[in-house]
Design a protein around this ligand. Sequence first.
Ligand code: NCD
Ligand code: ZN
Length: 333
Amino acid sequence: MTLKNPLDMHLHLRENPILKCVAPHSIRNFRAAVIMPNLVPPVCDLTRLKDYKTQILQADEDENFTPLMTLFFKDYDEKFLQNIKDEIFAIKLYPAGITTNSQAGVSSFELEKLKPVLNAMSELEIPLLVHGETNDFVMDREQNFAKIYELLAKNFPKLKIVMEHITTKTLCELLKDYENLYATLTLHHLMLTLDDVLGAKLNPHLFCKPIAKRYEDKEALCELAFSGYSKIMFGSDSAPHPREQKECCGCAAGIFSAPVILPLLAELFEAHSNLENLQKFISDNACQIYHFNFKKDKIISLEKQEWQVPSHYGELVPFMAGELLKFQIKNVD
Ligand code: NCD
Ligand code: ZN
């Protein structure tokens, strides 16, 4: 099985030393990745952005990888955006305090306040990536954000709006209602429900934002991915946290999936769909949505050979630690 130009449209790489440990998994096996800006402090200016990009490129030797950099959403003025436009792929909006390192996020979705920056982004064709959760009851947070997505989609029809890491049937349906709404979907949300996180013994390594939902939600997500639906893109949301911040009271949110992504997706798509649709999900849909045209292709070959996911990579515990997977990456060209 081969995959052409895999893209990870939502990735957390952190900074040294975690960056050094996690980045090679993505840099070697993906053609490009959208890099999240929720560092401490967040990526909000050109100097920080360029420095972070350099850190990423120095974390591994593969030159055939493009980090697609994002800025942390603030009320930037048009002049600033014009200057930085060529250096960024998109701007990522977090509601304040909703997830890891999002304290500096947006605390009010009043349209009048957001208008100047969103109009400027529309004009400059800078996509808006959104972590869509409200502060309501945890299982309702995403579906209750649907009204904000609708407000944004209606008022900024020229703005490309990406609903990040969707987890609910509600958002699967909303995606089809507005031309300018797109979505990313993780690997773990295709596999997990809340039962896996805390139905039996609590598993901190499966705790992430947004939390995995109900069986019917997972089914709706699988239906979109396995059918190769054109507005859905793969975004791993691989979000590493050191073991002592996961296996403790006050566990950090985030699943470190980078080491297992392509083998596990191949296994899932083989069981439920066909290869052609995996190619759409992992690359072709995003290429079409963003008109990507890579100078040099990256071809990943996978073969059927069982391997066991390591129990840890340094101080990081990966998704599916210790489990046997059916596919292995054989070659990268
Ligand atoms: C992410 C992180 O740790 O940065 N955590 C997570 O649970 N997904 C942030 C995010 O994308 O919400
Ligand atoms: Zn994320």
